[in-house]
Design a protein around this ligand. Structure first.
Ligand SMILES: [Fe+2]
Ligand SMILES: [Fe+2]
Length: 270
């Protein structure tokens, strides 16, 4: 059984220091096997925001896997955005934009879906390409047969009806079959600032809310506490209730011969 602290959309620069402290305490308390941070560490990709994010990350237990989000790209500074888009990221967070970590019974693979530009008006939307899929397949294939295979990416691979207009990560439909063949079990994402979970192509997809920022979109601050075994994945949306993070919603999934399927999906807790 592994425990994952899945946090996202910290948006340092618009963060709430009290929540940052409470989140760190809560993560240490759950003694996670893995901390996954699915992007948007900053609000405007400024050096001081990255420095604050890096200081926060250093307080968290390891192993930790982090991927960038669209807010981690310089927004309206064209020189930086197009010529040195990841300079501050590399300086403060990691030399790598796509890393992976593995443990006794899991592998977690980070994918950078944030893009400098796109052939559409909304550059906040992300994309995954076939080279990135190839890397995921290679790493996942090299993992132990019974390892839990986890993908971490900022943009969503699954949308609720309410979020349909936000759009899936670009080329999601082209790569999901490949991710299934690579036996990916779980995809962790953010971007929407809404906790959610479901399945697509036999893969469990969990979205985390914004953990500590003021950029809430109709939901209190939240992160996901996940327990995963070979047969079962349980996702608890841990929402801030004004004094602490507590379980507000739970999703359960079971492994079948058809891949992962919902158990008692969406069961809201009192
Ligand atoms: Fe965000
Ligand atoms: Fe985002």
């Amino acid at each position: 059984m592994m425990r994952i602290a899945h946090i996202s959309d910290l948006h340092f620069g618009t963060h709430l220091p009290r929540l940052a402290e409470a989140l760190s305490t809560e993560i240490h308390r759950m003694d996670p096997t893995l901390v996954a941070l699915s992007g948007d560490l900053t609000q405007h990709a400024r050096a001081r925001e990255f420095a604050a994010a890096a200081e926060f990350i250093r307080m968290l237990p390891e192993p930790l896997l982090v991927v960038p989000g669209n807010h981690d790209l310089p927004g309206w500074r064209p020189w930086r955005r197009f010529i040195h888009p990841w300079r501050a990221w590399r300086r403060h967070i990691s030399e790598e934009l796509e890393s992976s970590v593995s443990g006794e019974d899991f592998i977690a693979i980070g994918v950078k879906t944030a893009r400098r530009w796109g052939l559409h008006l909304d550059w906040s939307r992300g994309r995954i390409n076939l080279n990135q899929l190839g890397r995921v397949v290679r790493l996942a294939s090299a993992a132990k047969p019974d390892a839990m295979r986890i993908l971490v990416a900022h943009h969503p691979f699954l949308l609720s009806d309410a979020m349909r207009r936000r759009g899936l990560v670009g080329r999601a439909q082209d790569v999901l079959g490949g991710l299934r063949s690579a036996r990916i079990d779980l995809i962790l994402g953010g971007h929407l600032h809404q906790s959610d979970a479901g399945t697509t192509h036999g893969i469990v997809v969990a979205q985390a809310g914004t953990a500590i920022s003021r950029r809430r979109k109709g939901e209190p601050n939240a992160f996901n506490r996940i327990e995963a075994s070979r047969q079962r994945i349980r996702i608890d949306a841990m929402r801030w209730d004004g004094t602490r993070f507590s379980v507000a919603q739970r999703w359960e999934f079971e492994r079948t011969t058809m891949g992962w399927t919902p158990g008692r999906s969406g069961s809201s807790l009192p």
